[in-house]
Design a protein around this ligand. Structure first.
Ligand code: IPD
Ligand code: CA
Length: 266
């Protein structure tokens, strides 16, 4: 695949994600039609998740029929050229009327994340990352905060029921003990984007799935963040821990999260 082939994919999908954003926003604004159900404890699903994923799958299949597609709702298998879709990341926010949610699409070539696009339509924000070409928010270049003092750091620690609560609580405890301010925003994809634009210093989660991070890792890395090697091993199929942070805090945050030097889901 040539750089021109990647250009074509990037620009086509930037347009597609904007259309998907209108679709998702229409559901968000008509809360009575959201059709909220639960996939499991604290695991939310709405009609919009399926509708947005179907829309993206159909369009991608027409535009790039040779590419594979993996989606949070519909699954799929990886190949050399694969799109990884989260139709609504931050579904628990979406279902409750909180605007902190996004549509996430990443493209991997031979296992390497090349393109990442996040649209947060309720916030009016579109993030784009392209390997080797930088990261933008609404067309303007973004970069990490550059903070080096953890006592001034704002750190987001993602959570799901996939990890025992004690391990999550212990990580939060180490974060506060180190002097960080800790939060959880409910969208792992936007958590990575917020490291990229310096709204936070770090995003970490002890286990997260590929669709949550496939776009955000490109955006954050291109904005200058350290990003742990999420796609090592069987990350695409089974997920992995992730640590993403402004580089000057990497060592301290590896201690806090126990992600990186010592993998936290061992
Ligand atoms: C979840 C969110 C959450 C993260 C979880 C994800 P969903 O995705 O990104 O912030 O902590 O690991 O599963 O359910 O909102 O698509
Ligand atoms: Ca998700």
């Amino acid at each position: 695949m040539t750089p021109a082939d990647l250009d074509l994919r990037q620009y086509a999908v930037q347009g597609l994600v904007q259309q998907a954003g209108f679709l998702a926003l229409d559901y968000f604004n008509k809360s009575e039609s959201l059709g909220v159900t639960m996939k499991g404890a604290q695991d939310w699903l709405t009609v919009a998740d399926g509708a947005v994923e179907d829309f993206l799958r159909q369009r991608l299949a027409v535009m790039f029929p040779q590419d594979a597609i993996i989606g949070e709702e519909g699954g799929g298998e990886a190949s050399d050229a694969v799109w990884i879709i989260d139709p609504i990341d931050g579904t628990s926010n979406f279902a409750r009327g909180d605007r902190n949610w996004c549509i996430s699409i990443g493209f991997l070539l031979n296992g390497v994340p090349e393109i990442g696009i996040l649209s947060a339509p309720a916030l009016g924000e579109i993030y784009v990352g392209r390997k080797g070409r930088g990261a933008t928010l609404n067309g303007e270049a973004i970069k990490v905060s550059g903070q080096t003092d953890i006592k001034r750091a704002y750190v987001e620690l993602g959570w799901s029921t996939r990890i025992p609560a004690e391990r999550y609580v212990a990580m939060i405890g180490r974060g506060y003990a180190a002097g960080a301010s800790v939060k959880r925003g409910g969208s792992g994809a936007l958590g990575l984007a917020h490291v990229a634009n310096g709204r936070t210093e770090a995003y970490a989660e002890l286990h997260i799935n590929a669709w949550d991070v496939a776009a955000g890792v490109v955006i954050a890395a291109e904005a200058g963040a350290y990003v742990s090697d999420f796609f090592s091993g069987d990350g695409i199929a089974k997920g992995n821990p992730i640590l993403c942070c402004t580089p000057g805090l990497r060592r301290e945050l590896e201690q806090v999260t126990q992600i990186g030097s010592q993998q936290a889901n061992d």
